[in-house]
Design a protein around this ligand. Sequence first.
Ligand code: KMH
Ligand code: ZN
Length: 277
Amino acid sequence: MPTKPSEKILITVAPTGAETTKADCPQLPTTLEELVATAQECESAGAAMIHVHIRDAEHRPTLDQTRLRDTVQALHEGTGLVVQLSTGGSVHDPLEDRLKVLDAKPDSCSLTMGTTNFGDDVFSNPWPFVCELYQLSQERQVVPEFELFDLGQVHAMRRLIDTYGLPYGGKVHCDFVMGVPGGMPGTAAALVAGVGMLPEEVTSWSATGIGRTTLPVALAALSMGAHLRVGMEDTLTLARGVPVERNSQLVERAVSLAALAQRTPMTPSDARVLLGL
Ligand code: KMH
Ligand code: ZN
């Protein structure tokens, strides 16, 4: 696990998500053109991986196969970023559509380790689905990022690896998603508890805090030598009353915070080595 301050930092940008509407946040990248332009800006600012949710022509979340394939292709052509497709989608997406995300041949996919209350909704990840998606990622040679919304999910990751072995590529990278109403809180104490439970197979981990937990989680993760995920999927304000205008602002802020910890951003090639791609 990365603990030395001198080590490079993986910055993942999650620019869109599935929850915020374009009407509420016109600066959210929802078209393919906006997404590619955002990805390019964020790569220049220091991101090495992109966690992608896509939208349809009306800016609504979709898992449309053609759009997913076109998105992966456009991001590979337009950037060097590691392309991670969300298999979480939106809380309304059927499980079978979420499995089909891997047909679009991303480098990486998110893989959430259990069901979580998600505000007033339920983000459904029944165990048989988790196992099927994991085995599919191994078969399709897609590197999973284990998403941990709660401490029980850390233990579920251990159970998954014990049962089915290591991910494709042999590395184990996970991401603490903290501060979701219904999941673990976005606090240093929760992060320390989660890290203490990580299986020994874990080779790297990042963290992200939703909303007002963004900065506390980022600072706690940095103090532990970890990697960061940032972006408008998780954070819409830079400070109270100051909206994020571009995802690259959040990447730039992460780079500045990392610099204080004497760490420089990984390039996409560094990230590929870290993730076993
Ligand atoms: N949109 C959330 C319901 C993921 O991308 O894998 C799920 C989510 C996790 O964002
Ligand atoms: Zn996501």
